[in-house]
Ligand binder design. Structure first.
Ligand SMILES: [Ca+2]
Length: 283
């Protein structure tokens, strides 16, 4: 294996850790601000497009998707695609307004939306959240979380297992996304976001958008190494819904503990009673 690449990678990783991950944390804050500004300025259009599903109900209702999963009661239509397609469309079409340079690097796994800016590789997943879902957590697969980015003797990046601590049990979780890339000897951090699209159910199909929340989950190096937020702010990662026997277990990321690291990490956008666009935090 190319020892030069392993040494360069280890030097870059040490440089990040020695500076308490400042290079990554500042990029997370910068990208969050750019995305939140753009989502807020487009919020009326986003809500209009989202709520359009009800206005066109006669056209799709006969062949609508049916509820699956946890205790379906037939009182609402699955709204995952409505949230995903509306938010994805608005985000992709606004990328050139937010960043100087945009690429779409091919990798075989990660979040729904992926793009590279001049400084970072960004992953964003949209989570539609109805009245029977928990608005205070997101369930994440291993390939949606970055880890501590170790490198093997053969020059392969891997992540160590981390603890998911619940009130009664602790389970292991292994993130699968690399925390950064080294390209032309430049550190390109991998940033992961969720957008929770929270809707009401008035009647089946009449499921208007209530708010969206942009969530910035810390990169694996600040989260698990330096400053090690996972240790400093307990309760962020808790066991998911998977059985003990499942191999690649998911984790629940709890949003209230997460927002204690920095209130900007969870920001909601909604229309208030005067029809004004409001941005608010959890703390
Ligand atoms: Ca999704």
């Amino acid at each position: 294996m190319n020892q030069g690449w392993i040494d360069n990678y280890l030097t870059a990783r040490k440089c990040i850790i020695d500076n308490d991950s400042e290079i990554i944390l500042s990029e997370e804050a910068r990208v969050t601000e750019l995305i939140i500004d753009r989502l807020a300025s487009r919020y009326r259009e986003i809500k209009h497009d989202f709520d359009n599903a009800y206005r066109t109900k006669e056209y799709w209702e006969l062949y609508a998707p049916v509820q699956r999963g946890h205790k379906p009661r037939g009182e609402a239509y699955p709204w995952g695609e409505v949230g995903e397609k509306v938010i994805e469309g608005h985000l992709y079409s606004a990328l050139n307004e937010m960043f100087e340079r945009i690429n779409f690097p091919g990798i075989p796994y990660g979040h729904d939306i992926r793009f590279a800016t001049e400084k970072s590789f960004v992953h964003i997943d949209v989570k539609s959240t109805g009245p029977t879902d928990n608005p205070n957590e997101v369930v994440s697969s291993p390939n949606q979380v970055t880890g501590n980015g170790m490198i093997s003797d053969y020059g392969m990046i891997y992540n160590d297992e981390v603890d998911m601590k619940g009130p009664r049990i602790t389970r292991k979780f292994r993130p699968e996304l690399a925390p950064f890339y080294l390209i032309d000897n430049k550190i390109i951090p991998v940033l992961t976001f969720y957008i929770k699209v929270v809707y009401n159910v008035i009647s089946p199909g009449n499921q208007p958008l209530q708010y969206i929340e942009l969530i910035c989950v810390p990169n694996g190096i600040p989260l698990f190494v330096a400053p090690n937020f996972n240790y400093l702010y307990p309760g962020i990662l808790t066991p998911g819904k998977d059985e003990v026997t499942i191999d690649r277990k998911r984790t629940r990321i709890k949003l209230n503990p997460l927002s204690h690291i920095g209130s900007w990490r969870c920001q909601k956008i909604y229309l208030n009673e005067y029809n004004e666009i409001i941005i608010s935090t959890r703390t």
